[in-house]
Each structure stands twice: as structure tokens, then as C-alpha cells.
Design a binder for this molecule. Structure first.
Ligand code: HEM
Length: 528
């Protein structure tokens, strides 16, 4: 008999003995009494069996806290600071820690070497499987799919971005074009000395960059279609799909089969799909068959690939819905992230005026006031580059990473990781480890400066994550953030309005949604 089965049998015998069922006594107690005893025994046996099952499930898993039946650790999870809860569990149980939330097994990884090893391994490169996702993506796009489709679409989009120049000069041009209206908006706020929340200003700018990159066109900021798309994208992000009950209780997913596709989030997604479909068809119509004009956006490049593939009899790889999903995902993945990073940067400048002084002094001496900062200035802007990296670290926007999934049963560092476990790369944990950072809990740009005051990068800075699924838009996001931030610092002094100043700690503590976001704030801009 296997040891765990032996243990269970012993346990069952013990339970039966305690409840009296295993006794050979044939005493003359009343029938009612025997029935009650039998019921207690059955309940005890069921409880023992449930405990046995959960013990069996937990065997050899990475260590972690025990939860309660059905809910796991859910009663202990504070959705607004999950990153801190997970960090604490890892500090207690080790850098690889596991627990159940609802019916899902989560494995949290909290050290750089373990994370690197795990995220380089194809076994951990899956994404959580949800019917909800499957209904929305129809196995298309990059972000939520796996296997061949993911591999192919990811490679193609990276290649296209590179070839059309979106990781270089072309992107710079598009970003610079967005600077003018962005600064104009801030000028108006500065002139009126009006306290502002900057998120919408940045969202508009980065949305415009993504629109040009994917669809090759510009919308006027007040265009009703563009406004609607921007607001639906924001609503889709806020809907917190990954936080629904379906995610934690896979059995609840069956309910989706009886819910028609008419819930708000599906309606929004369908509207956005239709918007992208129309835009793609416009590009297609403008590109006569057989023409091999130089593509100017992601859409054009895909259309050309699609035509080539169809000529060769492949009608699947570049089907229209693939392109719809890729465009859609670039908006979802690339707008809020970049805009929120800008928000954090300006907040740190407002709350650390001495750091802002040093950034502005450096900009004045390297760039001056007669022209805008350029990407080429980056190599001279050591302190400014360190401030940007320190903000990525301290803000840890994707604090609990983006969930991965083990696609098959695996053994990792001696622990069993079953298929379908949710893998959490704890970015916040790596960004706040005392072994990697001199002052992990402070805002300290010197983390990224050598002893001569020159910028030096750190392998432990992983805002875009690492490994097979690392961010596709990293170079674009870095360019946007550098150019927007330096242009703003060159032109404005930024400070918190008095009420926000009094709430510095709350604001910078922030909370978790799908990203880690700051508390409610208002900033005042003044022209330098
Ligand atoms: C500051 C801005 C950004 C941050 C912090 C960020 C962060 C991330 C992170 C943490 C991941 C998950 C990696 C993983 O699962 O291992 C990711 C994936 C992704 N990002 Fe970004 N991102 C940013 C901007 C962008 C932009 C501008 C784009 C598009 C133009 C983009 C497109 C994507 C895509 C398509 C994926 C999915 C990759 C895959 O599943 O293979 N991101 N990003």
C-alpha cells in the first residue's frame, strides 16, 4: 500500500474508532442513538476524506499557508494590496510559495534567479485558461493565447514593429507629434494654476501613438469615434476580467455557457472588434491587390502577410480576427501602462522636489531651453535616466506581474507544479529585496548610479518582466516615457496641491487594480 493511502486508512480507522462505528460491541443501545452515531461517523469520514484529498493535493507543492475548504486563502486576501500579502507569504515560506485562492492553485515566485529560470521555460509560458478569454479571443492575438498561435503572432508583431521602425526613428516622430498637444494641455492648466490629475492627458497622447502605429491614421482628439474607443478601452481594463469569480472558481465558468454574450464587457469588446474591423477594411481597400507598397503601420504589414499566405493556400494564420485582436491588445497592453508610468514619475517629482531640482539642472546643462530633449541625449542624462528607472522600480506597476500558467505537470527545484497552476512572477517582491537594493523601501535614484554618478542599469529591474513572454512594447514604452518626461521637466515645475501634499504617504502607497496605481491626487504645473 502506498504511504499516503496507508495514512488515510489509519486515519479512517481512527475516526471510526472514535465515533464508535468500528467497535465490535453489539450493545443494546436504542436505534435512534445508533442512527445519530452513524450520521456523525459519516460526517467525520467525509471530513477526513476531504482533509485527505487536500493533503494529497498539497503533497510536494511549494510550501505555503493552508487555507479553508473551498475558499483556500481567499478570506486572507486583500485585493487592494495583494502584492504585499504575497510578499509576506514569500518572506515566511520561501521564494517559491504556493496556496489556493478559491479553486485555483497559485505559485508565487519572488527571487530573480528563480523567476528567470521559470519564465525562460516553455512549461510556464502559458496563460490562464478561461472560457471567458476563449470566447473573447477565439484563440487569436498574443496576450491571452498559447502555443503555436502565440509564438507565431508574437514573432510577427515584433518583426513588424522593428521593420516599420516602431522601435526606433518612426516611433520617435510619432511621439514627438503628440508632445505638442500634450504640452498645450499642460500650458492651459499651468496658466490657470488649476490642479490637475494627469492620467487622461497621458492616455490621450499614448492612445494616439498606438492608433498611428497600428492603424496608420490619426484621429482628432475630439473625434467621437476615438473618444468612444478610448473610453471603452479604459472600461474594459477596469472591468478586471481576471478578478471575476470565474477565474477563482473554474466550476463557475459553466455559468457562462448559459449567459448570452450580452453582458456589458462583451458588448464593449464586440463594439471595439467592429471598430478595428472597419479600420482594417479601410486600409485593405486602400491597398490594391498585388501592390507591394512599403507598409506604414502594423495593419498594412499584416495585410501584406495575409495576402502572401493566402496565395500559398494558408487562410488561417493571418485571418482578419488575428489582426483585430493584435490591434486591440496593443491598446489594452500599451496605453494604461505607459500613462500610469508617467503619472508615477510626475508624482515622485512633485513629492521629491530635491530630485526634481537635480533632473532640471541636468536637463538645463545637457539640453538647455532652445530645443526639446532627444533620444540621443539619454546617454548624457545620467541622473534623469536613474530617476526614470527608480520610478519603474518603486512604482512596480505590474506588481504581481501578468499571470502565467503551467501547461503541463512539472517539477521545479524539487517541487511539484501541476498543470494549470497559476504562476505569479512577483515583480514587486524582486523590486523590494534588500539583497538587490541598497535602500529597497526608499525612493533612491542612486540605485542606478555608479560611484562616478554615471547611469548603470540593474538586472533586477524588471518592470516589463523577463523571459519568453516579456513585454512586446518595451522599447516603444521606454521611448514614450523618456521623451514625455524630459519635455515636461524641461518646461514645468510640478508640485502637489496642498490637500494632496498632506496625503503624500497614502498617495504613494497606492493600491492594486490590474496595475498598481497611486491614490487620488492633484498636481499643480507652473512654467519654469
Ligand atoms: C510602461 C509600459 C509597459 C509596461 C510596464 C508593460 C509591462 C508588461 C508586462 C509586465 C507584461 C507581461 C509579461 C509576461 O507575461 O511575462 C507585458 C506583456 C505585453 N505587453 Fe507590455 N508593458 C508596457 C507597455 C506596452 C506597450 C506600449 C505595448 C504595445 C505597443 C505592450 C504590449 C504588450 C504585449 C502584446 C504583451 C504580451 C506579450 C506576450 O504575452 O507574449 N506593452 N507588458
Amino acid at each position: 500500500m502506498q504511504p499516503h493511502r496507508q495514512l488515510f486508512t489509519d486515519w479512517l480507522h481512527w475516526t471510526l474508532a472514535v465515533t464508535g462505528l468500528a467497535s465490535s460491541s453489539t450493545s443494546s443501545s436504542s436505534t435512534m442513538c445508533s442512527a445519530a452515531t452513524a450520521m456523525v461517523a459519516v460526517a467525520a469520514a467525509a471530513a477526513a476524506y476531504a482533509a485527505y484529498c487536500s493533503w494529497r493535493r498539497a503533497r510536494d507543492l511549494p510550501p505555503g499557508p493552508v487555507g479553508v475548504p473551498l475558499l483556500g486563502r481567499l478570506p486572507w486576501a486583500d485585493a487592494l494590496c495583494l502584492h504585499l500579502t504575497m510578499q509576506k507569504e514569500c518572506q515566511k515560506y520561501g521564494d517559491l510559495c504556493s496556496f489556493y485562492l478559491g479553486g485555483r492553485l497559485f505559485v508565487v515566485v519572488n527571487s530573480y534567479p528563480l523567476m528567470k529560470e521559470m519564465l525562460d521555460d516553455p512549461v510556464f509560458a502559458g496563460r490562464p485558461r478561461l472560457r471567458l478569454f476563449e470566447k473573447m479571443t477565439r484563440n487569436c492575438g498574443i496576450f491571452l493565447v498559447e502555443g503555436k498561435v502565440w509564438c507565431h503572432q508574437r514573432r510577427l508583431s515584433l518583426r513588424t514593429l522593428r521593420e516599420i521602425g516602431f522601435s526606433g526613428s518612426k516611433a520617435v516622430g510619432m511621439i514627438e507629434d503628440q508632445l505638442e498637444p500634450l504640452l498645450q494641455q499642460l500650458d492651459e492648466a499651468a496658466e490657470a494654476a488649476q490642479p490637475v490629475k494627469t492620467l487622461d492627458t497621458f492616455l490621450l497622447a499614448v492612445n494616439s501613438v498606438i492608433t498611428e502605429m497600428t492603424l496608420g491614421r490619426r484621429f482628432h482628439r475630439d473625434d467621437p469615434d476615438f473618444k468612444k474607443v478610448t473610453s471603452l478601452i479604459a472600461a474594459t481594463l477596469e472591468s478586471g476580467i481576471s478578478e471575476t469569480a470565474c477565474f477563482l472558481f473554474p466550476a463557475a465558468e459553466k455559468l457562462l455557457d448559459i449567459i448570452p454574450m450580452s453582458t456589458r464587457v462583451f458588448r464593449d469588446v464586440e463594439y471595439l472588434n467592429e471598430f478595428f474591423r472597419q479600420q482594417i477594411r479601410l486600409r485593405e481597400a486602400a491597398m490594391p491587390a498585388g501592390s507591394d507598397v512599403q507598409p506604414t503601420c502594423l495593419c498594412d504589414a499584416y495585410i501584406q502577410e495575409k495576402r502572401k499566405a493566402e496565395k500559398a493556400g494558408d487562410f488561417e494564420t493571418f485571418k482578419e480576427f488575428q489582426l483585430i485582436r493584435v490591434c486591440f491588445e496593443f491598446y489594452l497592453a500599451g496605453t494604461d501602462t505607459t500613462a500610469r508610468s508617467m503619472e508615477w514619475l510626475l508624482l515622485y517629482m512633485a513629492f521629491y522636489p530635491e530630485v526634481q531640482d537635480r533632473v532640471q539642472n541636468e536637463l538645463d546643462s545637457v539640453v538647455g531651453q532652445s530645443r526639446r530633449p532627444r533620444m540621443q541625449d539619454r546617454t548624457e542624462l545620467h541622473y534623469t535616466s536613474a530617476v526614470i528607472d527608480e520610478t519603474y522600480r518603486k512604482a512596480s506597476l505590474a506588481a504581481i506581474g501578468v499571470f502565467h500558467r503551467s501547461v503541463e505537470d512539472a517539477t521545479f527545484h524539487g517541487y511539484r507544479i501541476p498543470s494549470d497552476a497559476i504562476i505569479i512572477p512577483l515583480v514587486y517582491g524582486v523590486h523590494h529585496r534588500a539583497e538587490y537594493w541598497e535602500r529597497p523601501n526608499e525612493f533612491y535614484p542612486e540605485h542606478f548610479l555608479d560611484n562616478k554618478g554615471r547611469y548603470r542599469s540593474s538586472p533586477y529591474l524588471i518592470p516589463f518582466l523577463i523571459g519568453r513572454r516579456s513585454c512586446v512594447g518595451e522599447s516603444l514604452a521606454r521611448m514614450e516615457i523618456f521623451l514625455f518626461f524630459t519635455a515636461i521637466m524641461q518646461r514645468y515645475r510640478v508640485r502637489p496641491e496642498p490637500e494632496s501634499a498632506a496625503k503624500k504617504d497614502d498617495i504613494l502607497r497606492g493600491h492594486m487594480g490590474s496595475l498598481r496605481v497611486p491614490g487620488d491626487y492633484r498636481l499643480i504645473f507652473s512654467r519654469r
